[in-house]
Structures are given as structure tokens and as C-alpha cells.
Design a protein around this ligand. Structure first.
Ligand SMILES: CC(C)(COP(=O)(O)OP(=O)(O)OC[C@H]1O[C@@H](n2cnc3c(N)ncnc32)[C@H](O)[C@@H]1OP(=O)(O)O)[C@@H](O)C(=O)NCCC(=O)NCCS
Length: 204
């Protein structure tokens, strides 16, 4: 059974030798997240093959800030000292259904190290600490890397769906489901300021 994870660490605890952790997104992150989302390998499936507009990223972050104020679920940035925008994980809450939709993406420079699985597991643990009973994630059928993340998270096939690029799948993990056999290490969720913009005189 997926019980609320009690291994949540205090802010600032050393959880990762590389210093990877999550922090809540703010409106100061719009450009950083937009840059990441405009990587072709990121928008290929996540935004149906078209780089997203800056405004749509700004709207998503604004929505996540409002969600976080109501529910403690929102959008978190993955960072470490040498990578201020390593990736993102989001939970879009639906309070009436007691469910949340899980979305994740990584800078391709950080693929292949288990970081998406850790982000997802940290977010799911947060959801099950609150009044949410089920987490849902959807992916294009051809997005093998994303399907593998869902399976590593212990999520199970729920239904086939139709996306703009073709057939896709929804997977779910409910509070009462079996947790994955080897539980991914949690990331700390820290409260801290986003990186300061470069001073005007240093821009080219
Ligand atoms: C989906 C996405 C985040 C997956 O990234 P990823 O790096 O493959 O996933 P993880 O971070 O969980 O890493 C898993 C890989 O790291 C390896 N790994 C190394 N250490 C690991 C660990 N401690 N735990 C788990 N996996 C580990 C796994 O074996 C696996 O490698 P493989 O791909 O060779 O089998 C990435 O492909 C992406 O950003 N895609 C674009 C956005 C997108 O499509 N998002 C999904 C829609 S919601």
C-alpha cells in the first residue's frame, strides 16, 4: 500500500551528493522553465511537437501558484548548485475528485539518472500526505521514457486515450495500491528564492 511517506526530510537536509532538490516555482521562473520546455526533446511529446509560447508557461506557473495556496500541490523546479533548471514536476489537483495529474520533464542533459522517478515519487508522496486518493499520469504511446517512469513509480495502466500525436495511455496510482518494490529516494523540497536575473550590464 502507498502510505504517506514518513521519510520526508527537513529543508536543507543533505539528501543528495550532487545537491539535487525541488523548490516551488514562482513567476520569476517563467523564462527558465520556458527555455527548458523549448528543448525539442522536451516538447516533442509534452507539447505535441511544438515549442510552447512563453505566455502558456506563465499561465501554467500562475495556476500552480494558486493551486499551491489551496492544496500544497503545484509545480516544483528541480535544481542543484550547478543546474538551476534541471527539470520540473507538477501536480495539478482536482479537489472534488480527490485526484491530481502528474506531469514531469527533465533537461535532456540529466536524463538516465533516475531523477524523473525521484521527482515523481516526491510529488506523489506529497499528494498522499494530503486529501488526494489517486494520482494520474498520461503519456503518448510512443513516449517509452515516460511510460518507464510511470512503471518505476508503481503506476498501473488505467485506460487508452487519444492525443493529438496519436494513441496514448493513462496510468494511475491510488493510495491503497502497492508501492513500487524499490521505493525511489525522495528529493528535499526547499523554500528558496529563484536565481536572480543577471544584471543589465552583464547581458550581451
Ligand atoms: C520522461 C523523462 C522525464 C524521463 O527521463 P529519464 O531520465 O528517462 O527518467 P528517470 O530520470 O527516471 O531515469 C531513468 C533512467 O535512469 C536510469 N537510472 C539510473 N539510476 C537510477 C535510479 N536511481 N532510479 C531509477 N532509474 C535510474 C534508469 O535505468 C533509466 O535508464 P534507461 O532509460 O537507460 O532505462 C524524459 O524523457 C523527458 O523529460 N521527456 C520529455 C518530457 C516528457 O515527455 N514528459 C512526460 C510527459 S508527463
Amino acid at each position: 500500500m502507498v502510505a504517506p511517506d514518513t521519510r520526508v526530510l527537513a529543508p536543507g537536509d543533505p539528501v543528495d551528493p550532487d545537491g539535487w532538490h525541488l523548490r516551488s516555482a514562482t513567476l520569476a521562473d517563467v523564462d527558465g522553465v520556458h527555455r527548458l520546455a523549448c528543448e525539442p526533446l522536451v516538447y516533442r511529446y509534452l507539447f505535441d511537437g511544438t515549442a510552447p509560447e512563453r505566455d502558456s508557461i506563465a499561465a501554467e506557473i500562475a495556476r500552480a501558484i494558486a493551486d499551491a495556496a489551496r492544496t500544497r500541490l503545484g509545480l516544483w523546479i528541480l535544481q542543484c548548485p550547478r543546474a538551476p533548471y534541471g527539470g520540473c514536476v507538477q501536480l495539478r489537483p482536482d479537489l472534488s475528485a480527490k485526484s491530481a495529474e502528474l506531469i514531469y520533464f527533465l533537461d535532456p542533459a540529466h536524463w538516465g539518472r533516475g531523477l524523473a522517478t525521484r521527482m515523481g515519487w516526491t510529488a506523489i508522496s506529497r499528494a498522499f500526505q494530503g486529501p488526494f486518493d489517486v494520482v494520474v499520469a498520461g503519456t503518448d504511446g510512443a513516449n517509452a521514457a515516460s511510460l518507464a517512469v510511470m512503471r518505476r513509480l508503481g503506476m498501473r495502466f488505467h485506460r487508452a486515450v487519444r492525443y493529438p500525436l496519436g494513441e496514448g495511455f493513462e496510468y494511475t496510482l491510488a493510495r491503497g495500491d502497492a508501492a513500487p518494490k524499490s521505493q525511489p529516494a525522495l528529493l528535499a523540497i526547499r523554500r528558496e528564492d529563484p536565481p536572480a536575473p543577471a544584471p543589465r550590464w552583464s547581458r550581451s
